[in-house]
Design a binder for this molecule. Structure first.
Ligand code: NAI
Length: 251
C-alpha cells in the first residue's frame, strides 16, 4: 500500500477509529492532518505520529460548523497545495436509548448535525478542491447501523443510512472525475463510543457479543486498515461501495 506523501485529512481523529487511522496513515508516511473538536486529544495523536517518525499536525474543527470545515481545508491546501484523501470519521451516538415514539429531539438534532450534516459539509468542500486538482479519494465512516435496522437508536440509524446514501450518490456523480468515494461499515468496535453503549448495563458487552459470530468486538486498528486500503491505489477500481467490518454480525 503506497500512501507516502499523500495529504490526508481525518475528522474525529483524536480518539478511537479516527486516531488509529491517523496513526496508520502516519506509519505509511502520509502527511496527516489530525482534526477533532477535542484539540487536546488531536495534539496527542499528532505528537504520537511524529514520535514514530511520521508527519502530522493537529487542527481544531467542529464538523457541524461549515466555516470551520472551510477553514480546515483552506489551511491544508495553503500548506500542502492539495488534498488527496478525506476521511469523514467524526461521529457521535445519542445520549438516550429509547424507541422512536420517545426518541429525544436533542439527540436527533445533535446526532444528525455531526454524523450527517458534518459528512455533507466535509464531502462538499473536499470535492470542490478535488475537482480543481483533478483527483481525490473520500472514505466515509458509516456503520453496520447504516445497513441494517437497529432498535432504540433512530437518529444514529438515520444518520448512518444517510452516510451510505451520500457515499453512493456522490460516487456516481464523480466517477469520471478521478474521484473515488467509499464507506466502511464497522460493527461494534472498541472505542469511547462503544464504552458509552456498554455503560447502559453491566452485562451489555456479553449480550452484544452473542450476536457476533466471531465472538468479539472489533479493534479500531482493524477498521483503520480497511480505510487506508480504500484510500490507496490498491483498491483503484472500487467506488460507491460499503465495506462491512463486523466479525460476521450482519450474517
Ligand atoms: P470515538 O468517540 O472514540 O471518536 C469520535 C471522535 O469524534 C472523538 O474524538 C470526538 O471528539 C470527535 N467528534 C465528536 N463530535 C465532533 C464534531 N462535532 N466535530 C469533530 N469531531 C467530533 O468513537 P469511534 O467509535 O472511534 O467513532 C468513529 C466513527 O466510527 C463514528 O462515525 C462512529 O459512528 C463510527 N462507528 C463506530 C462504531 C463502534 O462500535 N465504535 C461502530 C460503527 C461505526
Amino acid at each position: 500500500m503506497n500512501l507516502k506523501n499523500k495529504v490526508v485529512v481525518i475528522t474525529g481523529a483524536g480518539s478511537g477509529i479516527g486516531a488509529a487511522t491517523a496513526k496508520l496513515f502516519g506509519k505509511h508516511k502520509a502527511d496527516v492532518i489530525v482534526s477533532d473538536i477535542n484539540m487536546e486529544n488531536a495534539e496527542k495523536v499528532s505528537t504520537d505520529i511524529k514520535n514514530e517518525g511520521g508527519k502530522a499536525f493537529a487542527f481544531e474543527t467542529d464538523v457541524t460548523k461549515f466555516e470551520q470545515v472551510e477553514n480546515l481545508l483552506k489551511t491544508v491546501v495553503e500548506k500542502h497545495k492539495k488534498l488527496d484523501v478525506m476521511v469523514n470519521n467524526a461521529g457521535i451516538g445519542g445520549k438516550h436509548q429509547a424507541k422512536t415514539a420517545d426518541h429525544s429531539h436533542e439527540d436527533w438534532h445533535n446526532v444528525i448535525a455531526v454524523n450527517q450534516t458534518g459528512v455533507f459539509y466535509c464531502m462538499q468542500l473536499a470535492l470542490q478542491q478535488m475537482l480543481k486538482q483533478g483527483h481525490g479519494n473520500i472514505v466515509n465512516v458509516a456503520s453496520l447501523a447504516g445497513l441494517k435496522a437497529s432498535g432504540n437508536n433512530l437518529s444514529y440509524s438515520a444518520s448512518k443510512y444517510a452516510v451510505v446514501g451520500m457515499t453512493k450518490s456522490a460516487a456516481l456523480e464523480y466517477g469520471r472525475k478521478n474521484i473515488r468515494i467509499n464507506a466502511v461499515c464497522p460493527g461494534f468496535t472498541h472505542s469511547a463510543l462503544l464504552e458509552q453503549l456498554l455503560a447502559v448495563s453491566p452485562d451489555m458487552g456479553d449480550k452484544l457479543k452473542r450476536f457476533i459470530p466471531m465472538g468479539r468486538f472489533g479493534e479500531a486498528e482493524e477498521i483503520a486498515e480497511a480505510i487506508c486500503w480504500l484510500a490507496s491505489d490498491n483498491s483503484k477500481f472500487i467506488t460507491g461501495q460499503t465495506l462491512t467490518l463486523d466479525g460476521g454480525t450482519s450474517l
